[in-house]
Design a binder for this molecule. Structure first.
Ligand code: C2O
Length: 527
């Protein structure tokens, strides 16, 4: 196989946006960072050297890292962070995966500026299952803060409040269109383009549209979908969506735009990021036309869009279930004597808010270190209640702990994630490391274990690594636990992850070395 080598130097660079200059943490001085190109079957080695003031680690979001959690990257889960002055080589094989994924820092909120695309082409000679596009481009949707992000987070935590919202949404690091920085992609009339869209925003699900142009969705999270035409799409933090766009409109300049979707009773953020679809030969003085995006709280659009997502190939959806898990998602407040108002916000699964350990959980598991984590994460909440009824504001007594769920090798797991109205209902994009799962069902209100499973799609459910749990609703996923190791699962809204909306699975080894976690690499960072 081909070996693809990359050098990532983590360096601080001065960048200005919205007329504000500030030093940001970057890879190789670039924001967004460099794209990793590989082919299915390649071995990729990314040597990361840290020159910045923060210790950090990089996660290759969506790559399965079979038996090789050492290359997965979440700090304190599969490795200790890379200290300033040190290097770590992420060494992994791309096996049976192709499409658009991405990489990002996986500690603090550093992924705000430390992120980039991963483009995996099919094996040599294997075509796309759709017409070959003329050209392609990556569109990374993100967020920009005028101030220092880590300082804002710290301040918020001291107050026991969320930090300030970002000051702009961005496309490829550029807010557009009122500022000198606007991303533009040039197209030729009559040609078809493949856009690889990545939501790297920290806290917002986003609608995305291109004025005058429909998009054909062909892939999500590096899995082909049954193609469908849409004028807007919805993408949650962590997710990727590939679309084909035919440049068949009168040659002109058209805006592409992204704006948050939010149907929860919390403040709406309606900052719009814009880029330009520029037909060749049209002078840049021509004023672009704006796309029509769904209104920010349009859950009808969101539900309809999500139900159109179907895998192109039926895959191997588990039909029987060995292990049934039901996790409630809750927000709450816990006492905090050192916080200004005496409480702090916590977020929990089955009423447990995850506490980050001081050493890597994968090492602790591999070397059998005791006292680092427990393996008694409950399969269901402590008691059933009306999850999505009237808001529950009672003292929740959220428990804290580094508790993991132990899963037998190769067992089939069904996980229902249930949003609750503890403080507020809200949608949550959940990401599982080390796996793709099949999204077999979703609905509003309380999951009904008697009736809802009968409606599951076991034929062509979307297969992905990040799924949105609808506001005041539920999502059911299934996967086969065939990748041994310690795998993080969390809400991909940085705010909620920070408050503890996360846990991890310990997937046992199977039989013999071929079904066991690989030995750790020699340069694995230690704490
Ligand atoms: Cu994209 Cu654990 O993250």
């Amino acid at each position: 196989a081909v070996v693809k080598r990359y050098q990532f130097d983590i360096v601080v660079k001065n960048v200005s946006r919205l007329c504000h200059a500030k030093p940001i943490v970057t890879v190789n001085g670039r924001y967004p960072g460099p794209t990793i190109y590989a082919r299915d079957g390649d071995r990729v080695i990314v040597n990361v050297t840290n020159h910045a003031q923060y210790n950090l680690s990089i996660h290759w979001h969506g790559l399965k890292q079979f038996r090789n959690g050492w290359a997965d990257g979440p700090a304190y889960i599969t490795q200790c962070p890379i200290q300033r002055g040190d290097s770590y080589a992420y060494d992994f094989n791309v096996t049976g995966q192709r499409g658009t994924l991405w990489w990002h820092a996986h500690i603090l909120w550093l992924r705000a500026t430390v992120h980039g695309a991963i483009v995996i082409m099919p094996k040599e000679g294997v075509p796309f299952p759709f017409p070959q596009p003329h050209e392609e481009a990556e569109l990374i949707l993100g967020e920009w803060w005028n101030g220092d992000v880590e300082a804002a987070v710290k301040q918020g935590n001291q107050l026991g409040l969320p930090p300030n919202m970002s000051d702009a949404h961005t496309i490829n690091g550029k807010p557009g269109p009122l500022f000198p920085y606007t991303y533009a992609v040039e197209v030729e009339s009559g040609k078809t383009y493949l856009f690889r869209i990545i939501n790297a925003a920290l806290n917002d699900e986003l609608f995305f549209a291109i004025a005058g142009h429909n998009m054909t969705v062909v892939e999500i999270d590096a899995v082909y979908t049954k193609p469908f035409l849409t004028d807007s799409l919805l993408i949650a933090p962590g997710q990727t969506t590939n679309v084909l766009v035919l440049a068949d409109r009168p040659p002109c300049r058209y805006f592409m735009a992204a704006r948050p979707f939010n149907d929860a009773p919390i403040p709406v953020d309606n900052k719009t990021a814009a880029g330009i679809l520029q037909y060749k030969g049209i002078p840049t003085s021509v004023q672009p036309t704006l796309p029509l995006l769904p209104t920010p709280n349009n859950s009808a659009f969101a539900n309809a869009y999500n139900s159109k997502l179907r895998s192109l190939n039926s895959g191997t959806v588990p039909r029987s279930v060995d292990r049934r898990l039901f996790y409630t998602i809750g927000l709450g407040t816990n006492p905090c004597p050192s916080c200004l108002n005496g409480t702090r916000l916590v977020a929990s699964l089955n009423n447990i808010s995850f506490v980050m350990p001081k050493v890597g959980l994968l090492q602790a598991h591999y070397f059998n270190l005791s006292g680092v984590f427990r393996q008694d994460f409950p399969d269901k909440p402590p008691k059933a209640f009306n999850y999505t009824g009237a808001p529950l504001t009672a003292n929740l007594g959220t428990l804290l702990g580094t508790r993991l769920s132990r899963v037998a090798f190769n067992s089939t797991v069904e996980l229902v994630l249930q949003d609750t109205n503890l403080l507020t209902v809200e949608s949550h994009p959940f990401h599982l490391h080390g796996y793709n799962f099949y999204v077999v069902g979703r609905g509003v209100g309380n999951f009904d274990p008697e009736k809802d499973p009968a409606k599951f799609n076991l034929v062509d459910p979307p297969e992905r690594n990040t799924v949105g749990v609808p506001t005041g609703g539920w999502t059911a996923v299934r996967f086969r636990a065939d990748n041994p190791g310690v795998w993080f699962m969390h809400c991909h809204l940085e705010l909620h992850t920070m408050w503890g909306l996360k846990m991890a699975f310990v997937v046992e080894n199977g039989n013999g070395p071929e079904q066991s976690v690989l030995p750790p690499p020699k340069d694995l960072p230690l704490c």
